[in-house]
Design a protein around this ligand. Structure first.
Ligand SMILES: [Zn+2]
Length: 445
């Protein structure tokens, strides 16, 4: 039943409350870590460097000599991991760009089969792709020999599509950083990490005495840290999993399957009151800021102190928000688990997130904000759990899965959460119609 396959899971470890001095040190490292990443993004995420990203060693070498580390006085262990992290993100950014372009190639009706072969070949060869993007000479790949194509036209198309989809990553995450094993050690139940003073270490007392020897992410919280430790765990193989299921990931119901089964029906309920409450809180806080500004102007020190003492109610607000987010996350995970154990899928088909103008688009309406912010999380967890259970996850383009009537193929109309087709009289939910379209589209391939 089991194989040697493993995958990475995250386990958590927490520190005791830390003195403000330590917290300030950690925040400083996180801020510099972020600066280094953004520097690397600025320098290496463009079309000139696509072919220089592997091995990362070359970039590390260049970055060693650029003076940024000395300027920040950032210890090598943090500096180099920040660089490596940034390069990894740049690579996955390119992976996304290539996926998007791949979709365009598939759906562009002005392309011949030969055109598609050429374009896909170039996308696979970074050296050729880089040359095309930078208008440099290159040797025609062997796979493109004998194709009946207009190379100049196709190269222009590639450049255009790349410009459309390539964005420069940017990090504004100042509350976490990663540390490699040579950056920390343990002593007396404390983790001791490298600091800016040579040969000195900063102590972080931990809540338990587990020790690790791998790269750890340090997440800075109010007055302590959470350590995210990647550990290997065995991938489960289920021989009784045989079905293929088609899922529409929605806002009201989390998953709607093409056979009508629904998982995560309470998602909206969980996220909507949350949204209302947050909006109300935000209005209240805004009012308080106005009073605060006015009191400052009037010199009403007592009122000012009063408001400051409450920290604008932010602490309580953040804690409450965090708690409700955790509750929603737990629900999402348990519903994904339930779906897997009931459906026993060997394969799951979903659509890729829709993108337009370089950003993922979700529902406009403001009161969908919270569900929207969980959309990425749901996908992330589904991908993770599919890997954990050896379920093949197929992502197809969502084109023609929304408007089309799944019964007659005509153009239907969306009314609220319903889908109505005048042609054949189909009257169902948008979610179910889309899930059926996903099934038909996938099977037609
Ligand atoms: Zn119809």
């Amino acid at each position: 039943m089991s194989t040697d396959n493993t995958m990475t899971k995250t386990v958590w470890q927490y520190s005791e409350p830390l003195p403000e001095e330590t917290m300030a040190f950690l925040r400083g490292i996180a801020a510099d870590y972020c600066k280094v990443k953004n520097f690397v993004y600025g320098r290496y995420s463009g079309i000139k460097n696509l072919n220089n990203l592997t091995p990362v060693y070359n970039i590390l070498n260049e970055m060693r000599g650029c003076g940024l580390r000395e300027q920040l006085n950032l210890p090598v262990v943090y500096y180099e991991l920040a660089i490596a992290d940034a390069v990894t993100n740049i690579k996955s950014n390119w992976g996304n760009v290539k996926n998007r372009i791949g979709d365009c190639i598939t759906t562009n009706e002005n392309l011949s089969d030969d055109d598609r072969i050429y374009l896909r070949t170039v996308l696979k060869l970074n050296s050729v792709y880089t040359a095309v993007l930078n208008h440099q000479d290159y040797e025609m790949p062997r796979k493109a020999d004998g194709l009946d194509i207009d190379v100049k036209r196709l190269n222009n198309l590639l450049c255009r599509l790349t410009r459309r989809y390539l964005t420069q990553p940017r990090s504004d995450c100042m509350d976490s950083f990663r540390i490699s094993p040579n950056g920390y050690s343990y002593k007396d139940g404390m983790m001791r990490i490298v600091c800016r003073v040579p040969r000195k270490r900063v102590s972080i007392p931990l809540k338990d005495n587990r020790t690790f020897d791998r790269q750890i992410q340090i997440r800075i919280r109010q007055n302590n840290v959470a350590l995210a430790v990647p550990v290997e765990s065995k991938v489960k193989v289920h021989t009784d999993h045989t079905s293929t299921i088609f899922i529409y990931i929605g806002r009201q119901d989390m998953f709607t399957l093409s056979d009508g089964q629904i998982y995560g029906a309470a998602l909206e309920e969980l996220t909507d009151p949350e949204t209302d409450r947050l909006a109300r809180k935000n209005r209240e806080r805004h009012k308080m800021y106005t009073v605060y500004a006015q009191s400052a102007e009037d010199g009403d020190t007592k009122k000012i102190q009063n408001i400051e003492a409450n920290n604008f109610g932010k602490l309580k607000y953040d804690r409450q928000k965090e708690k409700e987010r955790e509750k929603t996350k737990t629900y999402i995970n348990s519903e994904i688990n339930r779906m897997i154990s009931v459906e026993k899928p060997a394969k799951i088909v979903i659509t890729r997130p829709v993108t337009r103008n370089k950003t993922k688009i979700y529902a406009r309406s403001a009161n969908r904000k919270m569900t929207r912010s969980f959309h990425g999380y749901i996908r992330e967890r589904l991908i993770y759990k599919c890997r954990l259970h050896s379920i093949e996850l197929v992502e197809i383009s969502s084109k023609h899965t929304g408007q089309k009537c799944s019964a007659c193929g005509g153009e239907g109309e969306r009314l609220g959460k319903m889908f109505v087709c005048e042609g054949c009289g189909l009257n169902t939910t948008i979610a179910l119609n889309s899930a059926r379209n996903i099934q038909q589209k996938y099977l037609a391939k």
